[in-house]
Design a protein around this ligand. Structure first.
Ligand SMILES: NC(=O)c1ccc[n+]([C@@H]2O[C@H](COP(=O)([O-])OP(=O)(O)OC[C@H]3O[C@@H](n4cnc5c(N)ncnc54)[C@H](O)[C@@H]3O)[C@@H](O)[C@H]2O)c1
Length: 387
């Protein structure tokens, strides 16, 4: 087969692969029927766990008296599958305060912002033929490879226009990207998580900045344009840690697993183990995943295992749950339930504008902790992990 890049014209027209309906961002509306199904019909096994997750989120995490700082972590190809609308609705209503996502989900979100169309298709296609036709497949989601090329081109233009330079956290990169979308594509906040996050002040982090087409284009910008822009993961670690430290209570909704899950959960060990500030672990933990505990990896690790690391408060296991479900099914149901609950709207924390202050507070408390720390040669028993 002659070598060529996907996206260049093949021998026949690719249109017949792209006749499926456009994938759109479904926005949950708080359906009473869905709430009835989850409360009354989802009773046992993983339906029962999902029902529990809905109740913990809506009744406990969102309860005004708890004022929980909530992190959403996103792994798996969820924006290509149209789940960005759920995230947009949660941000708009103040139901999540920050996001940690794979770069892929943010990159593919940009297609929607730029008004490209991803199509419903089939997972049972001839991939060699798709390659020849310049069609990209993500399981059963299909789109022309030109969407990748044009999205990449937008990212590179943005990097040049933004004049971003030096080390910056991913929260700043995504915030600036979102502001650029809002300015250049008015209304894109209805179709893009990145744009809506900038509008609602929700910081978005990525745990593996080099591992996506956004990171690939940042690398291009350095090599080809001599840019000094680089991602500073230290700043990400400290910002997330500072956000968690400032929370009255802390809780997470983990979709899939992967590195975003740990990037969130390591916030508590960063506090007690590294900075000597024992915050006490997460108060709430919800995971929707297909990952299994038996392989020993972090993606499948349970909230109980996280207790031993000081990631989850040992006293709160009833407020933790893992629902073993496909997030593309469970998450929209979860969001319908939350949106329709009595706590379905909260004041937004708008943390993106508070990051510097929060990191300054972390620094202050960390210095105080260091001054009061037990001597390094102290017996381990003298070091109290959980106040
Ligand atoms: N073009 C791009 O930019 C691009 C495309 C794809 C992946 N990537 C990168 O590759 C890395 C891996 O990405 P990834 O999305 O495969 O994540 P991942 O492999 O880190 O984690 C996904 C985890 O979530 C679980 N999961 C996946 N789909 C699920 C579902 N529908 N329901 C429940 N659980 C589910 C899986 O079991 C898996 O362990 C990331 O760093 C990403 O940015 C980049």
């Amino acid at each position: 087969m002659p070598h060529r890049a996907p996206g260049s014209p093949g021998p026949t027209k690719p249109e017949h692969y792209l006749t499926g309906k456009a994938i759109t961002y479904y926005r949950p509306q708080g359906s009473a029927d869905v709430r009835q199904l989850i409360d009354g019909g989802f009773q046992a096994f993983n339906a029962g766990r999902l029902s529990e997750a809905c109740q913990i989120f809506s009744e406990r995490m969102l309860a005004p008296e708890n004022d929980t700082t909530i992190g959403l972590t996103v792994a798996g190809a969820l924006t290509p599958a149209g789940l960005g609308g759920c995230v947009i609705e949660l941000m708009e209503r103040g139901l999540i305060d920050f996001i940690i996502s794979t770069g892929a989900n943010l990159y593919h979100d940009l297609h929607y912002a730029l008004n490209f169309t991803l199509h419903r298709g089939s997972p049972f296609l001839d991939d060699v033929e798709l390659y020849e036709q310049g069609i990209i497949r993500i399981y059963d989601v299909l789109f022309p490879a030109t969407v990748l090329l044009e999205t990449d081109s937008y990212i590179r233009d943005f990097l040049v226009r933004s004049q971003l330079s030096g080390p910056i956290p991913t929260s700043e990169l995504h915030y600036r990207l979102g502001l650029d979308l809002l300015q250049r594509y008015p209304g894109s906040e209805e179709y893009s998580v990145v744009a809506r996050a900038a509008k609602t002040g929700v910081p978005i982090y990525t745990s593996s900045p080099g591992d996506s087409s956004i990171g690939m284009n940042v690398a291009y910008h350095e090599l080809m344009n001599g840019s000094t822009l680089m991602i500073d993961p230290n700043r990400d670690v400290n910002e997330i840690c500072a956000i968690i430290l400032a929370g009255k209570k802390n809780g997470c909704v983990i979709l899939g697993g992967g590195s975003p899950k740990n990037f969130y959960l390591q916030g508590q060990p960063t506090l007690w183990e590294v900075y000597g500030i024992p915050k006490g672990g997460n108060d709430f933990f919800i995971q929707i995943t297909t990952d299994q505990v038996v392989w020993g990896g972090l993606s499948g690790a349970t909230p109980a295992e996280a207790v031993s690391w000081g990631k989850v408060n040992p006293g709160v296991l009833p407020d933790t749950v893992v629902a073993y479900c496909d997030s593309t099914i469970a998450f929209p149901l979860f969001c319908e339930y939350a949106v329709g609950s009595k706590n379905g709207r909260r004041p937004r924390k708008e943390l993106v504008r508070k990051r510097d202050q929060l990191v300054a507070d972390l620094l202050k408390q960390a210095k105080e902790a260091r001054e009061n720390a037990p001597r390094i040669d102290a017996e381990p028993a003298e070091i109290d992990r959980h106040r």
